[in-house]
Design a protein around this ligand. Structure first.
Ligand SMILES: [Fe+2]
Length: 135
């Protein structure tokens, strides 16, 4: 499958967030490469753990900005983050149970979620946060 790359069109105009989105997408690329090169399960699991940890750190940074600047759509946005985390851990359980066919399913989920979330949900906070002087 085609791996996603960060591009200027994904920018939310907030340097720290763009940097974190870029890193998240990079980590998905690492996961894709590890799976394709048939790296050991341990390595795949290490990359996944790093990716999920990083996603949680990133969500916390966004959510802190929402609270600080009273973003009106905060609750809905945070719900999307929580759903992602729940799904991510469900995948990890499947991985632990060595369910076959997980890799492709997982990559498809990650890349489509990240793309949709950045392009649709994250871009919705740009105007509000920019208006509050966040850049
Ligand atoms: Fe988000």
């Amino acid at each position: 499958m085609e791996m996603v790359e960060w591009s200027e069109s994904m920018s939310v105009g907030i340097a720290k967030i763009d940097e974190q989105h870029c890193r998240l997408i990079q980590m998905m690329g690492e996961l894709d490469a590890a799976i394709r090169e048939k790296a050991g399960e341990e390595m795949v699991e290490d990359i996944l753990t790093n990716l999920f940890n990083y996603a949680q750190v990133h969500f916390a940074v966004e959510e802190e900005l929402f609270r600080k600047h009273k973003y009106p759509e905060m609750a809905l946005h945070e719900l999307e983050h929580q759903r992602f985390i729940a799904k991510a851990f469900a995948f990890k359980e499947k991985l632990d149970a060595r369910k076959p066919g997980l890799s492709l399913e997982l990559l498809t989920f990650l890349s489509s979620w990240v793309l949709n979330h950045i392009e649709l949900t994250d871009k919705r906070y740009c105007k509000h946060l920019h208006g509050c002087g966040v850049s």
